[in-house]
Design a protein around this ligand. Structure first.
Ligand SMILES: CC(=O)N[C@H]1[C@@H](OP(=O)(O)OP(=O)(O)OC[C@H]2O[C@@H](n3ccc(=O)[nH]c3=O)[C@H](O)[C@@H]2O)O[C@H](CO)[C@@H](O)[C@@H]1O
Ligand SMILES: C=C(OP(=O)(O)O)C(=O)O
Length: 420
């Protein structure tokens, strides 16, 4: 299993190119299930989860080709298997996103029910409730969601989601594209990845209104066609690099970024004392002192994202004062706390709140994380820790960061992948 070996190496300086967003690329790949024509996706990050989705779609009979760098051509005209099996779903929760499009296009779908994971229970009841309201017959049998159309097509309807759900909004929006009549999704997610998916669906011929607002209206059409779409920049990868620089100090330009999708994160970095400048597709961070502590409360977009919570905790761990982080999206997303404490951080938790006393120095240790962003927080902590930090089990990191060691190494970090 691969590990990362990290030594502190002073301030980071230079340029990093941000990749396409994992959390946009995976639903976009699933959107190909809505048409028999080819969907071409560009700016796709070459991540473990993208490879898993590739495998999942191929296993269903889709024809998938890639240049191995950032372009995918997906054609679901050859689909012959309407099932997403347990062995793939268990490694990647986004697999549930094949449910809506497969059901809407092919009349039935089976997806292994994703269980909980390291960060919480992660139910999908809102996805199922919405599809049922649109006329699907759904049973759960042998660990699988088995969905079938009762009529020839799903039927548009008004669906009020009980909470803001990113995956739920995506699944229902995709399904509604091929429903007969109009679907209104109330309390829809505003996340940039939902907007990106909607924009691609519109290119494919869907009629969607209200993207980026809590009410999304979809007028169903009989069929969608092929299209080409560039995946939006990864705001979480970008945010992770910005936190790294806020911790090490230095001056780094992020290219191919989407600053408008990450205002809450940029505001918090400014509060931490970073000088930030941004244009349409770039962000410059300049940090010349120890970070100031910032209080964080995770909430749906446009508030502070749960996927940046662990990285900000690493930054707060070395800030010049105490701070508080409250996680409201997932019940168990503090797995990085004991590992950061092993590196000398002083963090205590009470329920969904973590309290940090900023310390002047972290010390390197062998650490491991059980989820993606927790692993990222340990990597950036390693960049300022004295001695050697070994981050184990980086297959979590490889799910969501493309070549993190090369990108951080390119701006001066001492970080090496050890393959065993
Ligand atoms: C709103 C939010 O911040 N969503 C995050 C969530 O998206 P993801 O799509 O994985 O999760 P959801 O947005 O669906 O979940 C948001 C909340 O709703 C609950 N829920 C969801 C669906 C459902 O059917 N029933 C239900 O109870 C979840 O348990 C969670 O507490 O994790 C992703 C990976 O970390 C993040 O990129 C998303 O930003
Ligand atoms: C937890 C994450 O992803 P997933 O929902 O795919 O597990 C994430 O992107 O931080």
């Amino acid at each position: 299993m691969d590990k990362l070996r990290i030594h502190a190496n002073g301030p980071l300086n230079g340029e990093i190119t941000v990749s396409g967003a994992k959390n946009a690329a995976l639903p976009l790949m699933c959107a190909a299930l809505l048409t028999k024509e080819t969907l071409r996706l560009t700016n796709v990050p070459m991540l473990r989860d993208v490879k898993t989705t590739h495998k999942l779609l191929e296993g269903m009979g889709a024809t998938v080709s890639t240049d191995g760098v950032s372009v995918f051509d997906i054609n679901c005209g050859t689909l012959n298997e309407l099932c997403a099996p347990y062995d793939l779903v268990k490694t990647m929760r986004a697999s549930i996103l094949v449910l809506g499009p497969t059901l809407a296009h092919f009349g039935e779908a089976q997806v292994s029910l994703p269980g909980g994971c390291a960060i919480g229970s992660r139910p999908v009841d809102q996805h199922l409730k919405g599809l049922e309201a649109m006329g699907a017959d759904i049973v759960i049998e042998h660990g699988y969601v088995k969905a079938k159309l009762k009529a020839k097509r799903l039927q548009g309807t008004r669906i009020v989601m009980d909470m803001v759900t990113v995956g739920g909004t995506e699944n229902l929006m995709m399904a509604a594209c091929l429903a007969s009549g109009t679907t209104v999704l109330e309390n829809a997610a505003l996340e940039p990845e939902v907007v990106d998916l909607g924009e691609c669906l519109i290119k494919m011929g869907a009629k969607i209104y209200g993207l980026g607002t809590p009410t999304i209206t979809i007028e169903g059409v009989e069929s969608l066609h092929g299209a080409e779409h560039a995946v939006v920049a990864d705001r979480i990868e970008a945010g992770t690099f910005l936190c790294a620089v806020a911790m090490t100090g230095g001056k780094v330009l992020l290219k191919n970024a989407a600053p408008k999708t990450m205002m809450a994160v940029l505001d918090k970095l400014v509060e931490a004392g970073a000088h930030i400048e941004a244009g349409d597709d770039w962000i410059l961070i300049d940090m010349q002192h120890r970070p100031r502590p910032v209080n964080i409360r995770t909430l749906p977009h446009p508030a502070f994202p749960t996927d940046m919570q662990a990285q900000f905790m690493a930054m707060n761990a070395i800030a010049d004062g105490p701070s508080k982080v409250t996680e409201t999206i997932f019940e168990n997303r503090f797995m990085h706390v004991p590992e950061l404490n092993r590196m000398g951080a002083q963090i205590t938790t009470e329920g969904n709140t973590a309290m940090m006393q900023g310390v002047e120095h972290l010390s390197g240790a062998t650490v491991m994380a059980t989820d993606l962003r927790a692993s990222a927080s340990l990597v950036i902590a390693g960049l300022v820790a004295s001695g050697e930090t070994i981050v184990e089990r980086i297959y979590h990191l490889d799910r969501g960061y493309e070549n993190i060691e090369a990108k951080l190494g390119g701006v001066g970090a001492d970080i090496v992948r050890i393959s065993e």
